[in-house]
Design a protein around this ligand. Structure first.
Ligand code: ADP
Length: 475
């Protein structure tokens, strides 16, 4: 046997599925209710008819028992006539099946043949299409022995049932239409947010990412879906804009060294072949630019990947003091004219769960900046301390400083306060962005304070985590 589901075409839209199921449910409920009502009414009417016929019989029986002869029974005809009801026949039949008298109200005598009974009986029959209830009860008085026979036409009952059936069919048809309309309204209400979402998605596909779904005032699961969708689109739009900005910035930054190299190569092409001085100068400058390019590309890679290739490796406890001291020592060897005074206020065994190369890279970026942007006073102060919750590293220099309006921006990719000076120092404006990205991995933060022309202080904070290293896994 085919199930109801199999009747639905496979590619049918949700709105029609919802309409169909809702209509089916409403119809089922209506029909079951009507059916129960029908059965109850039938039973009730049937009982009522039986009770009426029984009551009639009891009255006639009691009356006839008082008679003393056949003659008196005959005389009781007038009284029984009064007792008779519509659509009912009453007959007194003698023992030999001959009829003493008959009283009838719209029940033809020949429908049921007279019959004396030996014991009380109540039967239902339908000899000419009409349903009849026949009740026979034997009785005996002085001078007469016979049967009281009552035949009741259930025509009233029939017409009532017919009316109910017609009513059920008509209301059933109306119910089918109403349940279809109801199902349609229900599905429309339920699918309104989804349809709006589909329209928005279409519009996003055609016109770009800036469209959003309208959010209903009443809060339900669909509204939540809409809010989620809008948030997702916000994130997508932001990340798309960031990507676009990144590509624009990177192309712009890569173009400068490439233009310089192109210029020098043209120069060599035109004059340099015969002029060893031009040749050497241009080659050297081009080499410088290619070095810058190489560094920039590798920095860009670090930034985009976050250099988290080791992210699945288990973090180990790193002794911070040793790492900081090693980096400072390297810097002093490379920049002997600088004085880096370090106050490392943590014990030798103080450890932190961090990748050693990440910590080194962050300190190198900050010390490198401190040296690059120093003026005459080649003094750098480095402080390391820890509180209950975090480790703080502070690097202060007395160099060019950063103007107040540039402070919030220097952390952005490719942002340089003094482009010429920064380029001369080999800066691409990516160092602080890389440090920030690395710190984010450890849920750390970076803060820059400065007084323009006097000093710059960069403070980084890394939260201490005593629990599992899984917290540091790349998201
Ligand atoms: P860069 O490679 O250009 O140094 P950074 O991201 O490290 O890139 O720094 C961005 C800009 O912030 C620098 O170009 C510079 O103008 C400014 N800056 C960073 N550190 C300092 C500092 N210690 N003193 C003065 N200016 C700084």
């Amino acid at each position: 046997m085919k199930s109801v589901k199999a009747l639905l075409p496979k590619s049918i839209k949700i709105k029609w599925k919802l309409t169909f199921w809702a209509a089916l449910l409403i119809l089922f409920l209506f029909l079951s209710y009507t059916f129960v009502q029908y059965v109850v009414i039938m039973k009730w009417v049937n009982n009522h008819e039986r009770q009426t016929i029984q009551k009639n019989m009891e009255e006639i029986y009691a009356y006839l028992l008082e008679a003393d002869s056949e003659q008196e029974i005959l005389e009781s005809k007038a009284y029984i006539d009064i007792l008779n009801e519509h659509h009912q026949l009453i007959r007194i039949v003698s023992e030999n099946n001959s009829v003493l008298f008959t009283i009838t109200n719209k029940v033809p005598k020949n429908w049921v043949s007279s019959q004396s009974a030996l014991k009380e009986e109540l039967v239902e029959m339908s000899p000419k299409g009409d349903r009849l209830l026949v009740y026979r009860k034997p009785f005996e008085v002085t001078g007469f022995k016979g049967t009281i026979e009552i035949v009741r036409n259930l025509e009233n009952f029939e017409s009532l049932i017919n009316q109910i059936t017609t009513l059920v069919i008509i209301t059933g048809l109306v119910a089918i239409i109403l349940s279809f309309v109801g199902g349609r309204i229900l599905s429309f209400q339920l699918l309104k947010p989804i349809n709006s979402m589909i329209r928005t998605m279409k519009s996003i596909k055609e016109n770009g990412l800036n469209k959003r779904v309208n959010i209903d005032k009443q809060h339900d699961e669909m509204t939540e879906l809409g809010i989620m969708f809008n948030e997702l689109m916000d994130n997508l739009e932001t990340s798309f804009q960031q990507q676009q900005q990144f590509v624009e910035d990177a192309s712009h930054e890569l173009k400068t060294p490439l233009t310089i190299i192109h210029g020098h190569l043209s120069l060599i092409n035109r004059w340099g072949k015969d002029n060893p001085q031009t040749l050497e100068r241009s080659l050297n400058l081009s080499l410088n630019e290619t070095n810058r390019l190489i560094r920039m590309v590798s920095e860009l890679l670090t930034l985009s990947r976050g250099d988290f290739s080791t992210s699945t490796a288990v973090l180990e406890d790193i002794k911070i003091k040793g790492v900081v001291e090693d980096v400072v020592e390297n810097f002093l060897t490379l920049n002997p004219d600088y004085n880096i005074s370090s106050s490392i206020d943590i014990s030798k065994d103080f450890t932190l769960k961090i990748f050693k190369n990440h910590l080194e890279q962050i300190i190198i970026i900050l010390l490198d900046n401190a040296i690059k942007y120093s003026k005459n006073k080649k003094e750098i102060e480095l402080k390391v301390k820890h509180s209950e919750n975090s480790l703080a590293i502070e690097i202060k220099d007395y160099g060019v400083g950063i103007p107040e309006e540039d402070l919030p921006l220097v952390i952005n990719r490719f942002y340089r306060v003094d482009k010429a000076r920064s380029r001369k120092n080999g800066g691409n404006g990516l160092g602080l962005a890389i440090a920030k990205r690395l710190l984010e991995y450890y849920k750390g933060s970076i803060e820059i304070q400065s007084v323009y022309g006097e000093w710059t202080k960069v403070i980084i904070n890394i939260p201490l985590r005593k629990d599992s290293d899984v917290l540091f896994r790349k998201k």
